[in-house]
Design a binder for this molecule. Structure first.
Ligand code: BEZ
Length: 222
């Protein structure tokens, strides 16, 4: 079982942009691998189009994105035309990120992305909507698994990466519904003296327990 903080397993795969070695393809970037049940399905089409629209936001955060669907490369290429059209892009535009083919469910099985309740017309289980976030050290930092019937919210995925990138740099955690720029929490592991020195604008929120664990500070510079 893959645990947060583990090295994300490397793999080679055929994609719409040719064969890749995942770790080499990532280079110095963060990576988001997201899987889909299959090509030419409605929810998946909306998701891939949204990722295409959000690509400048992914680039700003030094994130490379890669999709996976259990159909063939030629099917993916044909589907990309629908995705571009749905997303409002010109058919002349190159599809801007690779999609892995996984007809034999090798990667889907290895990474626990199979949804046994979703069966293809040929009787094989499809992939769920998995999201894996990998950092530039190739560490597995986050995953979210959705069933086929629920499309993902890619604004939430960007928000999560904002939190990961910020909390890698500053000794803070991000509270409920946090967005970049909002107040943060000083990490519980930072002692009182260190917290006061590092976060001069910190405010301790009074609580019935009289404990001083809820310490807010303005969002540090990312
Ligand atoms: C979809 O992408 O719309 C979808 C795919 C498989 C099952 C349900 C929905």
């Amino acid at each position: 079982m893959l645990l947060l903080g583990d090295m994300f397993p490397n793999f080679t795969a055929s994609t719409t942009e040719g064969k890749i070695d995942f770790h080499s393809w990532l280079g110095e970037s963060w990576g988001i691998l997201f899987s889909h049940p299959s090509d030419f399905t409605p929810v998946c089409t909306t998701e891939l189009a949204r990722v295409m629209q959000l690509l400048p936001e992914f680039k700003k955060r030094n994130i490379k994105v890669i999709g996976l669907s259990c159909d063939s490369i030629s099917s993916h290429h044909e589907w990309c035309e629908d995705i571009k059209s749905y997303g409002g892009f010109s058919s002349d535009e190159k599809f801007p990120y690779p999609i892995i083919e996984d007809e034999k469910r090798i990667l889907a099985t290895k990474l626990g992305m199979i949804d046994k309740d979703e069966i293809s017309p040929s009787g094989i289980a499809l992939t769920a909507r998995a999201v894996f976030v990998v950092d530039p050290n190739k560490k597995y930092r986050l995953s979210i698994l959705y069933p086929a019937t629920t499309g993902r919210n890619f604004d939430e995925i960007l928000r999560v990466v904002d939190s990961l990138q910020l909390t890698d740099k500053a000794k803070v955690a991000t509270p409920v519904d946090w967005k970049m720029g909002d107040e943060c929490m000083v990490l519980p592991t930072v002692g009182a003296a260190e917290a006061a020195a590092a976060f001069p604008q910190m405010k301790v929120v009074p609580l019935p327990s009289n404990r001083t664990y809820l310490r807010k500070t303005p969002c540090p510079q990312p």
